[in-house]
Design a binder for this molecule. Sequence first.
Ligand code: NAD
Length: 327
Amino acid sequence: MSIKNEQRRIPREPSTQGIEYRRLGRSELVVSNIGFGASPLGNVFGKTDPDGGKRAVHCAIENGITFFDVSPYYGLTLAEERLGDALVGYRDQIILATKCGRYGEDRFDFSANTISAGLEDSLRRLKTDHVDLLQVHDVEFGDLAQIVHETIPAMRKLQEQGKTRAIGITGYPLRALTRIAESIPVDTILTYCRYNLMITDMDEILTPVAIEEDIGLINASVLNMGLLTERGAPDWHPALPEIREAGKRAVDLCSRRGVSLPAIAIRFALDHPCVSSTLVGMSSVQHVYETIDALTARSDIELMEEIRAILKPVLNSVWVSGRPENQ
Ligand code: NAD
């Protein structure tokens, strides 16, 4: 973390459980620093138990997690449906974010009409009359000019209509995100697999822009989409074999020492001073507790050095996502 970023720490309110609540940039939204990533509820990482997922959502809320992120793309609407069911009776206790523009592996439509109709569908599934944050899902698969001139203005209209309280963008290539943010105001930016034990280039490219423009920064996939877990990365994971292998060696090292690499990885990400919320994909009560416990876990400096040595050869490796012109 650079000194410049250290100086711009986000004002935070203390909590009894170690969870902190931070403002999302200039928006009126205040979110927990741990965010509940709901993609696993849509079986994105393998089949999950619907009742277990519902208990995980309730456990998270009861323990102070207030930020939930989902998308119609996750499980082709399944994650939104399951989250909507779980939120009955809890909706007003949380900040709810969903997305628009991506509706399948290769189904993208960033037009104003689809954004508007897509949000209505999401609201029905989520059993609510508004979301708190609506985000363009994976901007790199679209025409950035269309996103700037058509998609984001349409989302601002939805905000004026009270269908969302704030709007944002998400994606993997960092410069595509900064190009949009420098062209038109957005309230939040979410990126994934760009700041965790295996990669930190978010801080080179995106964090300075988010600070400069006072945009809420959301960091996702701090377990590198499962790569830093015992279960390993799913088949669809885009990382090269050597990156998967390094992740597995780090997991094995921690297992031998009787500690959890996910806990260490989550703690590393949560220590970032400029990120408003760190999203962890969860679908079980056990993972909710492990994530919250990571906040207060003791740091083992020597073990961290060993993990860093294992991951060093693949540090800051990236893959291609989206249109060639958006890389
Ligand atoms: P992640 O890095 O959080 O990994 C999720 C995987 O790790 C799941 O298989 C989960 O069961 C497992 N896991 C969670 N806690 C664990 C623990 N304590 N021990 C062992 N395994 C554990 O990846 P993610 O889910 O892709 O990212 C988090 C969230 O961020 C997503 O659910 C989604 O909401 C959001 N996200 C958004 C975008 C986007 O908008 N473009 C992209 C990626 C992620």
